[in-house]
Design a protein around this ligand. Structure first.
Ligand code: HEM
Length: 393
C-alpha cells in the first residue's frame, strides 16, 4: 500500500487502512502527499507523539522545497504562517500571540458563541430534514473567528467565502486567488484597527509587546490569516464528526441527554474517536532521524496522522469504540509539543455550546441517511463530512 489515499474507499473510512499500515510498521514509507516521491506516514501513537517533539523534524517547507518550482502563487502570508516556522522564529511568534490570545479572551467569547449557535439552531426546521454541516458546523466557527478578530459584520459573508475557497481541495488556482484576497483584506483591517482601536484580538495583537519586541506588519497579517484558516475547517469537522459519533452510538447519546454536564468531558473522547485533522499534518526531516524503528533520511516529508495515532490499540484498547468512561485527555487531535493547537479551548467551547444546544432543542434527532450514504471530504489533511443529513423529529 504505497499510496493509501489513492483508494476511493480511503476517504469514506480510513481506519482499516491505518490498521493495516500500523501493523506493517507504525512509521512506514509511502508515496502519499508528495507527488509520488517517498514520504513517511506515522500511524502509531507513541511514534506520533515522538514525531511531534523531534527537533530533527521541521515545519518549514521552504527550507526544503524553495528551489523547486511549484507553479503556485500562494500569498506569502498564507504560505508561511507561524505553523510553518521552527524555533527560534516560532518561539518568538508564539510567545507574542499567547499574550494576546488568552483563556480570558475565550471566556469573554462564550456569550457570543451561544448567541450565534442559537441563531443558527433557530434556522433549522423543527420537524423536517436538515443538513447540520451547512446549517451549523460550517457557519459557527467562521462567524466566531470573525468576531474574535474583529471583522465587521458587513464583511463577514465575503471573508467566509474566501476562507471556504482556501480549502477548495484540488483547485489550486482558486486557493491562490483567495489567499491574495484574504491577505489584502487583513492588511486593510489591521490598518483600520490601528486608526480605531477596539477590544478585538487583532487590536491586541497590534498592541502586544514582549521585552520591547512586537509583531511586524507581515507577521500580523499572517497571524490573522492563520487564525482564520486554522480555526475554521478544523472546528467544522469537529462539530460534524462529534454529532455523527453521538447519533451512531445511542448509549453515548442517552448518557449526554440524561446528564448534559457529561458533554464537556466526553469531547476529548469524541476528538480521539474521529479526529478532525484525521488524515495528516506535515513535517520535513531536517536531518536523518530514527522514529520508532524506522530510519528516515534527511529532506523528506513526514506525515503524522493524529487520526491514526488516536486509534492505536497499543495505546487505546478497543480504539474503534467511543467510550464515555475512557480518559482520552492524552489524545493527539490537537497535536503535541511546541505547535500544539493554540485554539483548543476555543474549539472545545464552540463544540460544547453547539452540541449542547442542538441536543436540548431536538430530542428526536436522528440520521436521515445510512452510514454508507454519508459523503466525506477528500482532503489529505482533514477528515470531515460534506454534509450531515438529519431528521429533527
Ligand atoms: C495548530 C488541530 C481549532 C489555531 C494545530 C495543530 C493541530 C490543530 C493538530 C498542530 C499541527 C501541527 O503540529 O502540525 C485543531 C483542531 C481544532 C482546532 C482539531 C478543532 C477541533 C483551532 C482554532 C484555532 C486554532 C479554533 C484558533 C482560532 C491554531 C494555531 C495553530 C494550531 C494558531 C498553530 C500553533 C503553532 O504553530 O504554534 N491545531 N485546531 N485551532 N491551531 Fe488548531
Amino acid at each position: 500500500m504505497s499510496d493509501p489515499m489513492s483508494c476511493p474507499e480511503f476517504f469514506q473510512n480510513p481506519y482499516p487502512f491505518y490498521d493495516e499500515l500500523r501493523s506493517a510498521a507504525p512509521v512506514k514509507q509511502v508515496t502519499t502527499g508528495s507527488g509520488g516521491r517517498p514520504s513517511y506516514l506515522v500511524t502509531g501513537y507513541a511514534e506520533a507523539k515522538a514525531a511531534f517533539t523531534d527537533p530533527g523534524l521541521s515545519k518549514d517547507a521552504t527550507r526544503f522545497f524553495a528551489d523547486r518550482p511549484s507553479g503556485r502563487n500562494l500569498h506569502p502570508a498564507v504560505a508561511h504562517t507561524m505553523l510553518a516556522t521552527d524555533p527560534p522564529e516560532h518561539t518568538r511568534l508564539r510567545r507574542l500571540v499567547t499574550k494576546a490570545f488568552t483563556t480570558g479572551a475565550v471566556t469573554r467569547l462564550r456569550p457570543y458563541i451561544r448567541h450565534t449557535a442559537d441563531h443558527l439552531l433557530d434556522g433549522l426546521p423543527k420537524d423536517g430534514k436538515a443538513d447540520l454541516v451547512a446549517g451549523l458546523a460550517v457557519p459557527l466557527p467562521v462567524t466566531v473567528i470573525c468576531q474574535l478578530l474583529g471583522v465587521p459584520e458587513a464583511d463577514r459573508a465575503q471573508v467566509r467565502t474566501w476562507s471556504n475557497d482556501l480549502f477548495a481541495a484540488g483547485q489550486p488556482q482558486r486557493i491562490d486567488e483567495a489567499s491574495h484576497a484574504v491577505a489584502g483584506y487583513m492588511t486593510d483591517l489591521i490598518e483600520a484597527k490601528r486608526r480605531t482601536p477596539d477590544d478585538s484580538l487583532l487590536h491586541h495583537l497590534i498592541a502586544v509587546r514582549d521585552e520591547g519586541e512586537k509583531l511586524s506588519e507581515d507577521e500580523l497579517v499572517s497571524l490573522a490569516v492563520l487564525l482564520l484558516v486554522a480555526g475554521h475547517e478544523t472546528t467544522t469537522n469537529f462539530i460534524g464528526n462529534a454529532i455523527l459519533a453521538l447519533l451512531q452510538h445511542p448509549g453515548l447519546l442517552d448518557r449526554v441527554r440524561t446528564d448534559p454536564r457529561e458533554l464537556s468531558s466526553l469531547l476529548d473522547e469524541l476528538l480521539r474517536y474521529d479526529s478532525p485533522v484525521g488524515i495528516a499534518t506535515f513535517r520535513y526531516s531536517a536531518q536523518a532521524i530514527t522514529l520508532g524503528e524506522t530510519e528516515i533520511p534527511a529532506g523528506v516529508p513526514v506525515l503524522i496522522s493524529p487520526g491514526a495515532a488516536n486509534r492505536d490499540p497499543a495505546h487505546y484498547p478497543t480504539p474503534d469504540r467511543p467510550d464515555a468512561d475512557r480518559d482520552a485527555r492524552g489524545h493527539l487531535a490537537f497535536g503535541h509539543g511546541i505547535h500544539r493547537c493554540l485554539g483548543a479551548p476555543l474549539a472545545l467551547a464552540e463544540a460544547e455550546i453547539a452540541l449542547g444546544g442542538l441536543l436540548a432543542r431536538f430530542p428526536g434527532l436522528r440520521l436521515a441517511v445510512t452510514p454508507e450514504e454519508l459523503r466525506w471530504r477528500r482532503t489529505r489533511l482533514m477528515r470531515g463530512l460534506e454534509s450531515l443529513p438529519v431528521l429533527t423529529r
